[in-house]
Design a protein around this ligand. Structure first.
Ligand code: PEP
Ligand code: MN
Length: 343
């Protein structure tokens, strides 16, 4: 709910509204566009709240937000969120490429893929040290040892590190060694994990739950933002459908659909979204054409020996060709992206 003050409202009228908000136990953010002041009540509970404010002096109108999400919405922030990580940005004009391995297996595998990622000009390296595996008997990741290898990649290759945390304790560790915390599809509605990520100083890469609607996806991001962390990167990674020619169905229409209602950057993961090597490049190119802010892509020097997700891993040379193609498509679309961002 927004309390919009009249353009000429005086300080005493603004203070009165502010005091009433506090007395009622609400939490508000003050928005000042230079012309008029508005209050955004973060924890308002319903339409009856409006009557508590509408008759106060200086109040122009009460705007109720029909959508259940607020902070993630274009209504709360009209400019696109650009997340700064070191000298890199996510959500700006540049196409973000996050290349890397599914699981950190050993130094040799990770360093060779990091060399490829660096060569492609990408600024981000992904690698899982904690793996959410369907079977408890499958490789679960190297844990902290894997994170140390990733920290070594950061130091040697000057790449920003993205790594997944499955629980609150793992967030402590990921914070120690990485630059972006990944929350995977299976944890998109792990609300205590989302709240913990919301308290982190690191950006959060939030993957869409495999059966989540757009609204559920945005509400998960809202959990993170409501705790104070504004740096959320959304990631489409495919949803479960009846289709069996691919591991998941990559739902590319969610890219423009999210951009219509939210200021948050959205990237696409065609690796998990398709699960098949031959489908990754076409869908990666289509993701850029659909307006994605970036891509997350898994690579393996010997996919047949991979400890996880070998069937979807690109060979280093396939990845390098793909990056060139994606950049070319992105370049063609750049003028449109800039015009849309300004409108
Ligand atoms: C991953 O990125 O390695 C991963 C497990 O992805 P998802 O959560 O999308 O399955
Ligand atoms: Mn994987």
């Amino acid at each position: 709910m927004f309390i919009v003050m009249k353009a000429g409202a005086g300080e005493s009228e603004i203070n009165l509204v502010s005091e009433r908000i506090q007395q009622l136990g609400f939490h508000a953010e003050i928005l000042d566009n230079g012309n008029r002041t508005s209050f955004e009540i973060i924890n308002s509970i319903g339409s009856s709240d409006a009557s508590l404010f509408e008759n106060l002096a200086g109040v122009a109108e009460i705007v109720r937000v029909a959508k259940p999400y607020k902070l993630v919405s274009n209504f709360a922030r009209s400019e696109k969120t650009i997340i700064k990580i070191g000298d890199s940005e996510i959500g700006g004009e540049e196409l973000t490429i996050i290349g890397g391995v599914c699981a950190v297996e050993n130094e040799e595998q990770v360093f060779s893929v990091a060399g490829t990622v660096k060569k492609s000009g990408a600024k981000f390296f992904r690698g899982g040290a904690f793996k959410p595996r369907t079977s408890p008997y499958a490789f679960q990741g190297l844990g902290e040892k894997g994170l140390k290898i990733l920290a070594e990649v950061r130091a040697r290759f000057d790449l920003h590190i993205v790594s997944e945390a499955l629980d609150n304790e793992q967030i402590d560790l990921v914070e120690k060694y990485a630059d972006v915390i990944q929350i995977g599809t299976r944890n998109m509605q792990n609300f205590s994990l989302l709240k913990r990520a919301g308290k982190s100083k690191l950006p959060v890469l939030l993957k869409r739950g495999m059966s989540a609607t757009l609204e559920e996806f945005l509400l998960a991001a809202e959990y993170v933002m409501a705790e104070g962390n504004e740096n959320v990167i959304l990631c489409e990674r495919g949803i479960r459908t009846f289709t069996d020619h691919s591991r998941n169905t990559l739902d590319l229409s969610i890219v423009p659909a999210i951009q219509k209602v939210s200021h948050l950057p959205i990237i696409v993961d065609p690796s998990h979204g398709t699960g098949k090597n031959y489908l990754v490049a076409p869908m990666a190119r289509a993701s850029v054409a659909a307006g994605a802010d970036g891509l997350l892509i898994e690579i393996h020097p010997q996919p047949e020996k991979a400890l996880s997700d070998g069937t979807q891993a690109l060979l280093p040379e396939q990845y390098l060709v793909l990056v060139e193609q994606m950049r070319a498509i992105h370049q063609v679309l750049l003028p449109t992206r800039i015009t849309e961002a300004l409108s």
